[in-house]
Design a protein around this ligand. Structure first.
Ligand SMILES: Nc1ncnc2c1ncn2[C@@H]1O[C@H](COP(=O)(O)OP(=O)(O)OP(=O)(O)O)[C@@H](O)[C@H]1O
Ligand SMILES: [Mg+2]
Length: 303
């Protein structure tokens, strides 16, 4: 599948296309083989790589009188879209991300991906989905401290049964486009915060996911490093055709996304689309610091 940046942009990133396949449909196993339900209406209204949430309700605990963490969220994320999720603390952002990514099951409602209801999949299918179709970047990276960076990146592939040599090759190939060349053998404790977060991004991208989820991935970074990480986080999925769903409290970070949705008390309160900041437009963009490093030089903006 072509990235939204089109053929010109795809050509510009040709140097990295060895590393990041524009076809994000490969390496997918046919989900549903063990019992997930195909939703009858999904294919009529969406492309297979759109992600749908329908009437999502999430209640933690058994107290039906307590306000739900999600009170009935409807959402469609189009393939290739970059979506910032904003809202006050406790408004349900992380809960929404976890439910969309199949990490948590909603109390009711549906999450549809490739026409399948993620919430109704067997555990086995959902685990496969998380490994192969979805990538996740956490606020603190969550790298394994005892493993070299490249092994941290290769790990999801090896857990999924890839041969070590092949997994390491694919992991290594992500280091240059993310500005990490030469850091393959460093352990997480020997990396800066921005470098560690880029390793976490590589790990989320290594299986060539259809959707990358990121929960406050720049929360622990200064503004300049944050802009650099956002340059990578938005450019790489865009050029591989993947979607990005990112939770942030920071308007400067949200500006890198093509769409911002806001939550309050578990409900969607606004949904705004706009031209995103890119590495090539970041310098001088309102509120966004200039992206420095490889993202600024490797990628052009969306054409
Ligand atoms: N595991 C849990 N058990 C019980 N309640 C929870 C759990 N996780 C979250 N909640 C509650 O659900 C609501 C939404 O929490 P969530 O973590 O989704 O908010 P958030 O918008 O991500 O907040 P923050 O910006 O602080 O990260 C909150 O009221 C929170 O207390
Ligand atoms: Mg949160």
């Amino acid at each position: 599948m072509a990235g939204r940046g089109g053929r010109a942009a795809a050509t510009r990133v040709d140097a990295m296309s060895n590393h990041i396949s524009p076809d994000c449909s490969d390496a997918r196993m046919p989900l549903g083989a063990t019992g997930a339900q195909r939703h009858p209406s999904a294919s009529a209204t969406s492309t297979p790589l759109d992600l749908f949430a329908r009437s999502l309700v999430m209640r933690y605990g058994r107290d039906a009188a307590a306000p739900p963490a999600l009170g009935g969220v409807d959402l469609r994320i189009t393939a290739g879209e970059t979506v910032a999720v904003m809202g006050p603390s406790g408004s349900g952002k992380t809960t929404l991300l976890h439910v969309l990514a199949g990490i948590a099951a909603p109390t009711s409602g549906q999450v549809l991906w490739k026409g399948l209801d993620v919430a109704r999949m067997s555990d086995r299918d959902r685990t496969s989905l998380r490994r192969r179709d979805f990538g996740f970047v956490f606020q603190q990276g969550m790298l394994l401290p005892e493993l070299p960076a490249v092994e941290n990146v290769a790990l999801p592939l090896m857990i999924d049964g890839a041969r070590r040599g092949e997994a390491m090759k694919r992991a290594r190939a992500l280091f240059a486009p993310l500005g990490l060349s030469g850091l393959e053998s460093r352990r997480p404790g020997e990396l800066s915060g921005g470098q560690a977060q880029r390793v976490a991004i590589a790990r989320a991208l290594v299986a060539r996911p259809g959707v990358v989820f990121a929960d406050e991935p720049t929360g622990a970074l200064d503004q300049t490093t944050s802009a650099e990480v956002m340059g990578h986080l938005t450019a790489l999925p865009r050029h591989s055709g993947a979607s990005l769903v990112l939770v942030t409290h920071d308007e400067n970070v949200a500006a890198w996304c093509s769409r911002t949705i806001s939550l309050r008390d578990g409900l969607l309160t606004s949904d705004v689309r706009r031209a995103p900041v890119t590495a090539s437009t970041a310098t001088g963009a309102t509120g966004a610091t200039g992206a420095t490093g490889p993202a600024a030089t490797t990628f052009s903006g969306r054409s």
